[in-house]
Design a protein around this ligand. Structure first.
Ligand SMILES: Nc1ncnc2c1ncn2[C@@H]1O[C@H](COP(=O)(O)OP(=O)(O)OP(=O)(O)O)[C@@H](O)[C@H]1O
Ligand SMILES: [Mg+2]
Length: 290
């Protein structure tokens, strides 16, 4: 399912003097199969945008389609299509572990399953819960534990399992690794990549503040600023705009900073800004210049 937004706009508190134009004419395509990064400062509209993708925020102005579901078509949208949309687009909010409520890990994940497969029998439920937890690196020893007894990273993975268990095609995660330690961050990003590579989910969309994280992980990036998309494309296309990214006070990945410093002394490195590629190109450059 491909996501197409055209001139999508949204205003909070429209009728009050506290109104906020959170999205202004956002035009953006998210292709099926991408690992898409949405970046931007606090208040730039990232969360508002992604909440449109599964109908949590209704389209107010502009166009939005998710696969063949036209979310701007207010009249024709029936409840059934919203339900279908929510099963296809899994939404993981910021700090999703705060929403864990059940006494056991099993119950928490099973709750997500029953929401979307109310007619499934216990065996199917059990299989889905165990399989999904395994995809998130949580073995069967965890199912009867209380989520409260788990580490921060494990809790977050249980919460993600509760969304993934509905078998969405598109997984949207708002700041998925925020607040985790470096090891937990790494682990979770690896898991997200594995889900993507193995086709468990077709498309992954992450919101992030971290340029290095986006650069290392995403195939496509969109930069939000004050409700608008100011840049989009591959990380290479986006992060070469060092000046604009600095003006936006977002900066560029460490590799971009290094590329800039090297450029000042006449060393031009053509890189996609991932660390591996950058190192390789720098080594190549100096080998050739010997
Ligand atoms: N429920 C709401 N009511 C009123 N204004 C809101 C609401 N939610 C967000 N806003 C405002 O809309 C704008 C966009 O907010 P949004 O949460 O989409 O930004 P964000 O990019 O996700 O920020 P952050 O990085 O802090 O999560 C901001 O000015 C914010 O204050
Ligand atoms: Mg947000």
């Amino acid at each position: 399912m491909r996501i197409v937004a055209e001139k999508l706009s949204f205003t909070y508190n429209k009728k009050s003097k506290f109104k906020v134009d959170a999205l202004k004419d956002v035009t953006l395509t998210i292709e099926e199969g991408s690992f898409f990064g949405i970046i931007g400062h606090t208040g730039s509209g990232k969360s508002t945008f992604i909440q449109h993708l599964n109908g949590l925020i209704p389209v107010e102005k502009g166009f939005l389609t998710v696969g063949d579901i036209n979310l701007s078509d207010k009249k024709k949208i029936v409840r059934k299509r919203y339900k279908e949309l929510r099963s296809k687009v899994g939404m993981v909010f910021q700090y999703p572990e705060y929403q864990l409520f059940a006494e056991t890990v099993y119950e928490d994940v099973a709750f997500g399953f029953r929401n979307f497969f109310p007619d499934a029998d216990k065996e199917e439920e059990k299989r889905a819960v165990f399989e999904t937890l395994a995809l998130l690196g949580l073995g069967s020893e965890y199912v009867n534990q209380s989520p409260l007894d788990l580490s921060g990273g494990q809790k977050r993975r249980v919460a993600i399992a509760g969304v993934l268990v509905a078998k969405p095609e598109i997984l949207v995660l708002d700041e998925p690794v925020a607040g985790l330690d470096p090891v937990g961050k790494n682990e979770l990003m690896k898991i997200l990549h594995a889900l993507h590579e193995n086709g468990v989910v077709k498309t992954v969309i992450i919101v992030s503040h971290d340029m290095d994280e986006v650069c290392e992980n995403c195939t496509e990036v969109a930069v939000f600023s004050e409700g608008e998309v100011v840049l989009s494309g591959s990380p290479k296309d986006v992060f070469k705009n060092t000046k604009l990214m600095n003006e936006l006070r977002l900066g560029v990945p460490i590799t971009g900073q290094l590329q800039d410093s090297l450029s000042e002394i006449g060393v031009e490195i053509d890189t996609d800004f991932s660390r591996d590629d950058f190192v390789e190109k720098v080594v190549e450059y100096f080998k050739n210049s010997k």
